[in-house]
Ligand binder design. Sequence first.
Ligand code: AMP
Length: 192
Amino acid sequence: MLNLVLFGPPGAGKGTQSDKVIEKYHLTHLSTGDLLRKHISEGTALGKLAQKYTDEGNLVPDQVVIDMVDQKMQDTLDTNGFIFDGFPRTVKQAEALDELMNKNNSPISGMVSLEVPDQELKNRILERGKTSGRADDQDIAKIENRIQVYKDETLPVVNYYQNQQKYFNIHGVGGIDDIFNKIIEVLDRLPT
Ligand code: AMP
């Protein structure tokens, strides 16, 4: 099994690159942002709770996200592996993910981090906001908050995977296929 964490700030291209990785390696996509937006659009209790956080670009509480991921993994029976997109976003989430993976005897193979300068992130998110319809993509103060939350709460996750020799960073600016080729180079060397 190939279990990949695709990591990076909002607007780094995780969604775009996930689609390409899934097509090539036939992995199961697990995007916590997508799952939360589905709950919100369906008006579930979880969605109502989450919206207060997502609207402002703040993180949804760890346990809510961890339980949602656990459920999605239990619902996925046959898979070649998972690609985690937008998760883990805190060290507590990273620890919980290791526990879930160990329970299934299927450890995280590696973490690929897409690195993109702040100004480029802001431009990309504002551009995406023209079509995504997402409130958190359209307001510069919310976008800046998301980038700050990434730096304060999510960046320590890099260290977590570095300590396990599972961290690979990739410069995430350039052609989509060029970046994808750099990801392939990493993935083809990972233990499965
Ligand atoms: P994304 O689509 O990954 O940018 O996520 C959109 C929003 O959903 C984030 O700004 C957070 O409010 C929330 N969110 C997504 N994933 C997580 C996570 N792993 N932990 C906490 N909040 C999350």
